[in-house]
Every structure is written in structure tokens, then in C-alpha cells.
Design a protein around this ligand. Structure first.
Ligand code: UDX
Length: 428
């Protein structure tokens, strides 16, 4: 099939490269010339394992990139994978997406065959109507040949390509039979090869499934963190408790790791957005709001544990891990951010270390020191806070002995408790 993917950010580039890999003829459309040049030179504009290889393999063959909407009407479908940034109150700003929808609609004004616009961006159910009417207004006479569908994305950072090519489920949110069939055609190679569950529903329900999925997972972690905090007060190891409750199939063994909480580009944004949209509609979601509150408290609990051991004013304190999770250089909403802020409030001299995320954190905190290794960060420090569960932190062991006072507060249960270090786990 001929497919346009509008927007070459994280989701859009993964989508474009993977659809090309499935054998489709893909055009990536982005208003940013640098991004288009990067793809045209066979490179991915974002860091994701395996993605650059796919882009390199298909560029010049069945993957092209352009800043122009000129040939949009030549394709069978157009995916919109445009960012929907968070606003102050947590709600999403759909204006960049609406602008892309408008340009797509205009480009389709003379279209003679049916064309499907598929919203990949995460948008709340009430905002779909806004995109529909934007498209209808801009497509003019062709409006009844253009349908707006939704097809939410569930991929995780660090395994995006794998998640796309081997999904547990795909969700098609459409209004008509032909639109469903066209989505099935797009994903046919995936549906034929794998035990993928296909959910066929309307556009509003499809996008609600995405929010419910992320809100459930984020709240699950907040729930284990709430329980973990109780465990800590009672001197109980929350991980022993989690392992046992995970044996109950109804609970499941995944996403039970308690600690300093969730970050990244999806969970914080999506939970806040669905809470804001619910409030706008007149319902105040108490559970989801509490999940956000528990998540906001975890970094402060970590700092309170540190305070018990050492007064860090004027002291060097190492923050180990700056990425929001291991395997990525992404620091968006990383728990390291409130941890560093809390240390700064206490007058500590912060030294951060991360194997790959340093440069991204430097943009946020140019004033702190960044070490080239965990070992260098620990030297002479009065305390160390473990914020990201990078594997390499499991091997630090005797390196903690180089600290001025070997106080280690672990937010991810990655360092082993041992004689000679003053070790405190957040929930164990
Ligand atoms: C998430 C969803 O998993 C994915 O389906 C959706 O499309 C986008 O959001 P991602 O943001 O890449 O993916 O990260 P994920 O691996 O889910 O982890 C999110 C956060 O939760 C991380 O900060 C991680 O450290 C934290 N986490 C995860 C825990 O604190 N405990 C756990 O048990 C699991």
C-alpha cells in the first residue's frame, strides 16, 4: 500500500520505518527540514535500538521523506503521528495535530477515492470530534470520502521496533467497514504472522483503551509504591510481598517493582491528560489522581531517607542514573529531576552520572557536575542516590568504599545491601 506518515518524531519514525519493513511504500512527511534530511540520508532522527538500521535499509527504496504535502493524495492512508504536548493543567494541546490534520485535509480536497486518516497520536476521546471537523472543513467537497480513524500505539521506549513488529494487540478505531478493512490491509503482514489480538471498535473507544492501558499500568506501580511505603514503615521487604502477590494470576507478576516511581514521555502525560479530560467532563477520578500523588511523593521519601543518615548541606552527593528508565537516553519526567531539585534545596553539591543520558539532563540542569563514570561520581561523596536501574550499578560494590561517608539510598533495588555501607532501600 501507499502510506503517508505525517510527523517523524518518536512514534512517527518507528511507524514509518516498520511499515516500510512490512513492504509498504511509505512517505514520511515532516515540516522540519533537518528531520527530513536525516531520514533521506538513511538515519533515524531519534535514538531507538534497531531503528537506524531499518531506516538505512529502506531509504531510497520504499521509504522517502519530504516536507511537502503535495503528494499526500496519492496514498491510500495517512497516519498522523504528531506530538500533543501537555498544558499547565495536564490537558493536551492538540493544535499541532489539528494543524497537520488541516494540511492533510487540504491536500485531499481533490481526492476521488476513499482516503483514511489515522490518528496515531494519543488524544482524548472528546478531542477526536475536533480533528474530524478540521478535516471536514479543509477537505471541502471531498469530505465524505475522507474518514478519521484512531489506531493507538502501545510501544515502549528501548524496544519500540520489536513492540511494533510483534504487538500483543492492535486496536482499530473506525466508523465504517471500508476503514476497518483498510487498517487490516495495512497491518496484514503482522496479523498473518503473529498471535496478535485485534480489537475493532469506534475511534473514541480505541483512544480510551490507550489511556486506560497507561493509566492502569502507572496506577499499578503507584499502588505497589503505596504498599511498599507501608512495608518500609513496618520493616518488611516490599519485594518479598510483591513476589508473593504476583503469583495470583489476577494480579500478575509484571510491573510490581516498587521504588522511586514512574517517568518518561507517556505515563505522566497520559494520566494527567485523562484526569484533566474527565474533570472537564464533570467527573473527578480519585484513584488516578491519587496515583499521581503517590508518584510525586516517592522522590521526596528517598531524600528523607538520605536525611536520616547524613546532613548533605555543602556535601557532595552522587545521583546514579538520570534516564527515566534503563536502556534509553530519555530524561523526560525522569525521577532524577525532583531528586536533584530536592538535593539543591538542601544545599548539596550534586554530581550526576548516567551511561547515556547525561547530555539530555545537562540541558535541564547545566549548573550541576556530571561525572564520566559511576566510580568518579562516588569518590568523596557523602551520599549516593540510585535513581535508574542500569545494570552496571549492580557491579559497583567496593567502589562505595571511596565515598566520604558510604550512605547509599537505593530507589530501584539494584545495589546489594552489604556490611560496610550504610544502605537504605526505598521500600525494603
Ligand atoms: C510506557 C508503556 O509501557 C507503553 O505501553 C506506552 O506505549 C508508553 O508508556 P515507556 O514510557 O517506554 O512505556 O516505559 P515503561 O517501560 O513502561 O516504564 C515506565 C516507567 O515506569 C519507568 O520510569 C519505569 O522505571 C517505571 N516502572 C516500571 C517502575 O517503577 N516499576 C515497574 O515495575 C515498572
Amino acid at each position: 500500500m501507499k502510506i503517508n506518515v505525517v510527523g517523524s518524531g518518536y512514534v512517527g519514525t518507528t511507524l514509518a520505518a516498520c511499515l516500510a519493513d512490512l513492504g509498504h511504500e511509505v512517505t514520511a512527511v515532516d515540516i522540519d527540514e533537518d528531520v527530513v534530511n536525516t531520514i533521506e540520508h538513511g538515519r533515524a532522527p531519534i535514538h531507538e535500538p534497531g531503528l537506524s538500521d531499518l531506516v538505512a535499509e529502506h531509504t531510497g527504496e520504499n521509504l522517502t521523506a519530504t516536507t511537502s504535502y503535495e503528494n499526500v493524495a496519492d496514498a491510500d492512508v495517512t497516519f498522523l503521528a504528531i506530538q500533543t504536548p501537555s498544558q499547565e493543567d495536564g490537558s493536551i494541546d492538540i493544535s499541532p495535530l489539528a494543524a497537520a490534520a488541516e494540511m492533510t485535509g487540504e491536500a485531499l480536497a481533490d481526492v476521488e477515492d476513499d482516503h483514511l486518516i489515522i490518528v496515531k497520536s494519543t488524544i482524548t476521546p472528546p478531542s477526536i470530534e475536533e480533528i474530524r471537523s478540521t478535516v471536514a472543513d479543509s477537505a471541502g467537497d471531498a469530505a465524505d470520502r475522507v474518514e478519521v480513524a484512531t489506531n493507538p500505539e502501545f510501544l515502549r521506549e528501548g524496544t519500540a521496533v520489536e513492540d511494533f513488529l510483534q504487538p500483543e494487540k492492535v486496536v482499530f478505531g473506525t466508523e465504517s467497514e471500508w476503514a476497518t478493512r483498510r487498517l487490516e490491509e495495512v497491518f496484514q503482514p503482522l496479523l498473518a504472522d503473529h498471535d496478535t489480538h485485534v480489537v475493532r471498535t469506534n475511534p473514541e473507544t480505541a483512544t480510551m483503551i490507550k489511556y486506560a492501558n497507561n493509566a492502569f499500568l502507572a496506577s499499578k506501580i503507584s499502588l505497589v509504591n503505596d504498599l511498599g511505603n507501608i512495608c518500609k514503615e513496618f520493616g518488611i521487604d516490599a519485594y518479598e510481598v510483591a513476589d508473593a502477590i504476583g503469583l495470583d494470576d489476577r494480579i500478575g507478576e509484571q510491573f510490581l517493582r516498587s521504588g522511586v516511581g514512574w517517568g518518561g514521555s507517556c505515563f505522566p502525560k497520559d494520566v494527567a491528560a485523562i484526569v484533566a479530560a474527565a474533570r472537564e467532563a464533570g467527573y473527578d477520578p480519585a484513584m488516578l489522581a491519587a496515583g499521581i500523588e503517590v508518584n510525586d511523593r516517592q522522590p521526596e521519601r528517598m531524600l528523607a531517607l538520605l536525611d536520616k543518615h547524613v546532613d548533605v548541606e555543602g556535601e557532595r552527593v552522587a545521583v546514579l542514573g538520570l534516564a527515566f528508565k534503563p536502556g534509553t537516553d530519555d530524561t523526560r519526567n525522569s525521577r532524577a529531576i525532583p531528586v536533584i531539585e530536592g538535593l539543591q534545596e538542601r544545599g548539596a553539591e550534586v554530581v550526576g552520572y548516567d551511561p547515556i543520558a547525561t547530555e539530555n539532563m545537562r540541558d535541564r540542569f547545566p549548573e550541576i557536575e556530571y561525572a564520566d563514570s559511576a566510580i568518579a561520581a562516588l569518590e568523596g561523596a557523602a551520599g549516593a542516590l540510585v535513581v535508574t536501574d542500569w545494570d552496571e550499578f549492580t557491579a559497583l560494590d567496593e567502589k562505595f568504599d571511596t565515598m566520604a561517608t558510604p550512605v547509599v539510598v537505593d530507589g530501584r533495588r539494584i545495589v546489594e545491601r552489604r556490611e560496610g555501607i550504610d544502605y537504605d532501600g526505598l521500600t525494603w
